[in-house]
Each structure stands twice: as structure tokens, then as C-alpha cells.
Design a protein. Structure first.
Length: 226
């Protein structure tokens, strides 16, 4: 092969590679989706600081882009705390509706922030308060001391004066099914703090959560008390 032919052969190779490069870049550009327009949502959140007792509680506004946030209200609260205002205080733990820590009042309804979806209507503000008619520790954190004292008062544990000689307490499937809908309570206090009778008579009325738990142990076939 002549030197001229060799030069032509080698000079043609980069052109082929370059053409492939352009084709690849073009296909990648076409594959990139268009960026979503911002979905700015305003959250008005109850704020109160015990270190400043002379200041009255207020609603503080925060605006976040819903396209940069998870779908639940708890996702929005975490985003605000991590990226906007680290002083915002609230309880949370499991993030899947098991622990009951993030119970609060969202848009007028007591619920768990981890299970409550954000209202996607950006023209309507979301208002977030602590559980109603409770003493407040700070911001969205209620004082649950009395609530747990009431739960303790019902003695929520197995009591039986005739324990089995061997092994564990036994239940039939039918006896166990009587507890369905009772043992699932996670003591989030959403129901009790929705009850007007509990609002005004917490010193004498146990409230729906504690009373339901009391019935849960009364209905348990393993409990036998004089």
C-alpha cells in the first residue's frame, strides 16, 4: 500500500469517530427531560418559644418548591428545618405511621405528618398547628405528660391470678380476633385531642385513647382479675 493510501485511510478514521460522537451527544440531549416549572407552596406554621415567654405564639410562613420535596407534610417540615430554619421544632421518628411521634393538626385535622400528603394546590396555604388544647413544649411539640399518666392509670398490662403452670398464656384464634381494631392504637393522641369533652375535662376524663386501651385489656381473654 502506498504512503498516500495509508494517509487517506488514517485520516478517515477520526472523521468516523467524530460523527459517532456527535450522534451520541445529540441522542443524549434528546433524552434529558425538560425541567419542571417551580411549584412554590406556602406553609404557615405555629411558632412559640418557651425561652421568650413574653412573645405570643405566631404563624410563620415558609415557601418551598414541591418539586424539590417529598410528597408528605413531614417531608416539607424536614426540608424547612434542614434548609431554611433550623430552629423549627417538631417530633418525628419512624416516618411510616407506626410510632405516632409526628401527630399534629394539619389544615384543621389531627393527623400524622408522615402519612398526610401535601395539598398540591399552590394557591392555598397549608396551616400547621400542634395538637389542640395541649400545653406546648415548643412550636409543634405538645406536652404529653398527662396523656401518658392517664394511660398508665388503666394498668395496661396482662394481669392474671392463675398463671399457666407451663409455657405462655394461650389464646384461640377466635379470642385473638376480638382484639382486632384495638391493639393497633399507637398512642399518637390524635383522637383524644379531637374530643371536646377531653379538651375541657382532662383532669377527670381519661379520653378516648385511654378508654379504648382499657377495653383492649378487658376484652383480652388472658386477663383474669378479681
Amino acid at each position: 500500500m502506498s504512503n498516500v493510501a495509508r494517509a487517506s485511510l488514517f485520516s478517515a478514521r477520526p472523521r468516523l469517530s467524530l460523527a459517532r460522537s456527535f450522534a451520541t451527544s445529540s441522542s443524549l440531549l434528546q433524552a434529558v427531560p425538560a425541567e419542571k416549572p417551580a411549584a412554590k407552596k406556602k406553609f404557615q406554621i405555629y411558632r412559640w418559644n418557651p425561652d421568650e415567654p413574653s412573645k405570643k405564639p405566631t404563624l410563620q410562613s415558609y415557601t418551598i418548591d414541591l418539586n424539590q420535596c417529598g410528597p408528605m407534610v413531614l417531608d416539607a417540615l424536614i426540608k424547612i428545618k434542614n434548609e431554611v430554619d433550623p430552629t423549627l421544632t417538631f417530633r418525628r421518628s419512624c416516618r411510616e405511621g407506626i410510632c405516632g411521634s409526628c401527630a399534629m393538626n394539619i389544615d384543621g385535622q389531627n393527623t400524622l405528618a408522615c402519612l398526610c400528603r401535601i395539598d398540591r394546590d399552590v394557591n392555598r396555604d397549608s396551616k400547621i398547628y400542634p395538637l389542640p388544647h395541649m400545653y406546648i413544649v415548643k412550636d409543634l411539640v405538645p406536652d404529653l405528660t398527662l396523656f401518658y399518666q392517664q394511660y398508665k392509670a388503666i394498668e395496661p398490662y396482662l394481669r392474671n391470678d392463675s398463671p399457666p403452670d407451663k409455657g405462655e398464656y394461650l389464646q384461640s384464634p377466635e379470642q385473638r380476633r376480638k382484639l382486632d381494631g384495638l391493639y393497633e392504637c399507637i398512642l399518637c393522641a390524635c383522637c383524644s385531642t379531637s374530643c371536646p369533652s377531653y379538651w375541657w375535662n382532662q383532669d377527670t376524663y381519661l379520653g378516648p385513647a385511654a378508654l379504648m386501651q382499657a377495653y383492649r385489656w378487658i376484652a383480652d381473654s388472658r386477663v383474669c382479675c378479681p
